[in-house]
Design a protein. Structure first.
Length: 738
């Protein structure tokens, strides 16, 4: 836009009227020369600058006058706040600097402008405004509480002015912020009128139909509603006077926003909201008689109208944590309509109305510990003094124990004061934390132990070579980060333990010693370790020597096992066949011959129990640590691991001869649990004279059965024939060899 900024005649008239109104209110607080300097700056700004209207087409200088009038009338702010508001457009446009403002109007005005500027910078980070964290960050950013008050007033004014705007998207965004950010802030500060206006206007712009539906309903019933409130109050007033109480009564209708929230919560139409009316009885009583008089009024009201006991709220006997005191009861008034009655004293009402945040907890807006007490005196302070000395005590020491920081994308996180870059990294994700080497804070590289400050924008730097260290536990402040570091350290120890275990197994293989798990566990205990992980960790860091461990292992093995032909290697020339070495389930006859390695026969061997090889199976031999040979099937479940880890101890083996011995094999059978199916299976086995059924174990469940059959058999050819026959039995689903 290059056209020179021009006021419309209507805008000029309104600005002059507002100037006169504001001047009258703040004249007593102005310093000599303020008016002349302000007039000079504004005139220069209008004449020399290319002032642009905002996205709604509004005049920024007129908006500033409107906001200034609002903070003067509604909040009671004086000179410093008004000057800051009027000068802010010049600062934003670069026509004026804060340093120049400080020199001309003093540090207090400059302080407010610095706060407003910091808030603008915060907004540029695009954080999610619908969060309690963001509201608290705004508060912690405000060096001067007047910054927050000006922000709220500015948003109320903006919401008033955008009624007829055509920029629907911007209007929606502004309204959402009003509902989720500014209304709760106003509520916290006790600015209830502004809070209600923000809520109603945001509802009007965001949910147009709902707003006008409720407003029309209220308009239709206004006369009758006012008359009803009068009918309710009059007899109550007479009875209270008769009891000798000093009081006054206020009657009101709930706000449109409040009614809409009740309609949504209760899922009912307008007519279903039964407590549209609220009556407040405020009693003038000395402090020592407050409770007595309140309960007396309560007794009078409930004797006249039927109370709803479920709706009784006694914050008189036990005040709320924020100091709010009152009696609330909902009664059934004339014409069977429900009316909420609040009973309190002048003192209680004054506290509730002056920003103790009496209602915002009640309405579900959660706050931070200590916030209530800190905000209690804000309104009183504003009414009594606008000086910098009075404001200094409210600078936000409330949040001295918390910091709020951003991710590069604008997400906002809260941490305890003293939290570091490493805390932030682990808050994002465990993997980010484990690989963290440092960060860029506001584009400046810092180490991982760098403390975080409110408003920092943090970008974590990582490295694939980084891993958690024990000393990290002393760097982080949050329990979340500590627990994740401990978990990562434990996982690292497990990985190092696995590495040490693999290294030990490799050394065993190199020395041609078989490492058995049971024997290793025995060795670990002998060496004084309670946990195997500790043993392997000491191996990993070199505290234990691998060769010494293997020597100790062999020593224990030789010292605890008897020296027999089974565990002492023999040459072929020394070999004498001893039938006692054979498996009890296997009978070797002279016709069965197992040829091992390069044509060697008569070598002592055992058939592995894991796969139960029989004559005719494709097999291989495995030299055990004791020197004996175990025969495994080629398709043994353990074969791949044995060949992979102990390939140097594998020897060739094959069957020769006639195959006249009998071997125990186990078949696993699954099928439908039909009557007689077990008999059908066993009858097939019994028909063959050369088959012996040694055991049968069948389980039945939900119409199915599964079981194991242990059978003595000659060779794998006969076994294959048997399996085929069993599969033909009606109801059998599966037959497999174990």
């Amino acid at each position: 836009m290059t056209d020179k900024f021009e006021f419309t005649s209507q805008e000029r008239e309104e600005a002059l009227a507002l100037h006169s109104q504001i001047r009258q209110e703040v004249l007593s607080s102005l310093v000599e020369g303020d008016e002349e300097k302000m007039r000079k700056y504004l005139s220069s700004y209008i004449e020399q600058s290319q002032i642009h209207r905002d996205v709604f087409g509004l005049n920024p200088i007129l908006l500033a006058f409107q906001t200034a009038a609002l903070v003067v009338e509604e909040i009671g702010l004086k000179r410093d706040a008004v000057l800051a508001i009027l000068l802010h457009p010049s600062i934003e446009d670069g026509h004026l600097t804060i340093e120049e403002v400080k020199n001309e109007f003093g540090e207090s005005v400059a302080r407010i402008l610095r706060g407003l500027q910091r808030i603008q910078e915060l907004y540029k980070k695009n954080p999610v405004v619908e969060t309690e964290n963001f509201r608290n960050l705004l508060l912690s950013f405000a060096e001067d509480m007047r910054v927050i008050l000006i922000m709220i007033a500015d948003r109320v004014n903006l919401m008033r002015q955008i009624r007829d705007t055509e920029n629907a998207e911007a209007k929606k965004e502004v309204s959402i912020e009003a509902a989720y950010l500014y209304a709760p802030l106003a509520h916290k500060l006790g600015l209830y009128k502004m809070k209600s206006e923000l809520e109603d206007l945001s509802l009007k712009y965001l949910e147009h139909d709902a707003y006008y539906h409720i407003r029309e309903k209220l308009s239709e019933t206004k006369k009758s509603r006012d008359a009803y409130i009068e009918r309710f109050i009059q007899p109550v007033s007479e009875h209270l006077q008769a009891a000798g109480l000093k009081f006054h009564i206020k009657g009101r209708t709930k706000s449109i926003h409040s009614i809409w929230q009740k309609m949504k919560k209760q899922k009912c139409p307008f007519e279903g909201v039964y407590d549209l009316f609220a009556i407040r009885i405020i009693i003038d009583a000395p402090i020592e008689k407050e409770k007595m008089h309140c309960w007396q009024a309560f007794a009078i009201v409930t004797s006249m109208y039927q109370p709803n006991p479920k709706r009784l709220r006694d914050w008189l006997s036990v005040p709320k944590s924020n100091g709010y005191e009152s009696l609330h009861i909902t009664v059934l008034g004339p014409e069977q309509k429900w009316v909420e009655v609040q009973i309190r004293t002048e003192r209680m009402d004054e506290i509730a109305e002056r920003g103790v945040a009496a209602h915002w907890r009640y309405k579900g807006v959660k706050g931070e510990t200590g916030l209530d007490e800190w905000l209690t005196n804000i309104r009183s302070m504003l009414e009594t003094s606008d000086g910098l000395e009075a404001m200094d005590q409210f600078k936000m020491d409330l949040y001295e124990d918390e910091v709020f920081v951003f991710t590069p994308k604008g997400d906002l996180y809260k941490f305890p004061k003293g939290a570091t870059v490493l805390d932030f990294a682990y808050h994002i994700h465990s993997k980010i934390g484990n690989a963290c080497t440092g960060a860029r804070i506001n584009n400046k590289v810092v180490p991982l132990r760098q403390p975080l400050q409110s408003g920092d924008q943090v970008e974590i730097m990582t490295s694939s070579n980084q891993k958690p260290r024990q000393e990290w536990l002393n760097i982080v402040k949050t329990s979340r980060a500590k627990s994740k570091i401990r978990l990562a350290l434990k996982e690292t120890q497990v990985k190092e333990g696995l590495f040490a275990k693999e290294m030990l197994e490799r050394k065993f293989r190199n020395r041609k010693v078989e490492m058995e798990e049971a024997a290793m566990q025995h060795l670990v205990k002998k060496l004084g370790f309670k946990e195997t992980s500790d043993f392997y960790r000491q191996l990993a860091d070199g505290t234990l020597d691998v060769n010494e461990v293997i020597d100790k292992y062999i020593e224990i093995q030789q010292g605890e096992q008897p020296i027999t032909g089974n565990n002492v290697a023999q040459t072929a020339a020394d070999f004498v066949l001893d039938d006692s070495h054979l498996s009890p389930l296997t009978t070797h006859l002279t016709d069965d011959v197992l040829v091992i390695d390069q044509g060697m026969k008569g070598v002592d061997y055992q058939l592995a129990r894991c796969c139960q090889p029989i004559y005719g199976d494709k097999v291989f031999g495995f030299v055990t640590v004791s020197g004996g040979i175990k025969i495994h099937r080629e398709d043994c479940p353990n074969a791949p691991e044995l060949k992979k880890r102990f390939g140097y101890r594998i020897v060739k083996a094959k069957w020769s001869g006639k195959g006249s011995s009998q071997y125990a094999i186990t078949l696993h059978v699954i099928g439908t649990d039909d009557i007689g199916i077990v008999n059908n299976l066993t009858s097939i086995i019994s028909k063959d004279e050369r088959l012996v059924l040694r055991s049968i174990n069948i389980d039945s469940h939900d119409g199915l059965f599964s079981g194991n059959l242990t059978i003595m058999i000659d060779d794998n050819t006969r076994l294959e024939s048997l399996i085929k026959k069993l599969r033909t039995v009606k109801g059998v689903k599966q037959v497999s060899r174990i």
